[in-house]
Design a protein around this ligand. Sequence first.
Ligand code: ATP
Length: 286
Amino acid sequence: MQINVKAPAKINLTLDVLRKRKDGYHDVEMIMTTIDLADRIQLNSLEEDRIIVDVTKGYVPCNDKNLAYQAAKLLKDRLGIKKGVSIFIDKQIPVSAGLAGGSTDAAAVLRGLNQMWNLHLSVEELAEIGLQIGSDVPFCVHGGTAIATGRGENLEFLPAPPPCWVILVKPPRGVSTKDVYERIKIDKLNHPDTPGMIRAIQDQNFPAICNSLQNVMEDVTFQLYPDVHMIKNRMIQFGADGTVMSGSGPTVFSLTQNESRAYRLYNGLKGFMEQVYVVRLLGSEN
Ligand code: ATP
């Protein structure tokens, strides 16, 4: 049997870090939404009791370090499943980019295997299993637009933002989320107006959404990699309606509702950056 699953990337419309917890994790408050930049995952059932992973991009691990592998293994162990699966990932989402590429692959494997193996697990049960892999996996299991608190696993869903274009630039380097967290000075942060962003989404007020984009991780990532700051400034100069970094970076994205402005930005940025994307914001559940 073969199943094909789409694994969309997420962007952060806001990202706030509230405190460091005793268990080493940070309490966050962030608004995430899905975009139409997605990995394509093909699952093929195997008679043999094993998990095989193959990825189109060389620098993603094809072993038990791959989060998609970990998702299949967790499901097998939890439910005592003796069947095998071959997982093929057509990687379109840039890696170590702040777009939850690995987490969304894991979430898509959970959803796909639930169907392939007729497990009848609810989305909530899949999200709870996914949390063992990473803090962003529960959101990726659901998709859509949500406020995430705790480590990122407590989700409150919001309506999809109004339709718009998302222009993304991924600088050549990757950023380690752990490095950024280690350097954050929580008592000195300029916190985003999260209630303002929630209101803007509920009111479908696109200019207010653009004005409320904010990410407390920007300062640390910009200090580590000044070129990321330079890219953000360029995107603002090219006339984006709103621009911010996603996750711990280094991807920076702009929003606009105007198609010709989206492609003007894309073409301007393509002149000096290799990885530039223009996609639609999705924002509704998978
Ligand atoms: P986040 O936004 O959740 O912090 P990210 O987008 O910054 O994630 P990923 O693309 O998920 O980062 O990659 C982070 C690390 O995970 C990389 O070192 C990569 O090798 C590893 N990894 C494991 N499985 C995958 C996968 N399926 N796709 C991409 N990276 C993976």
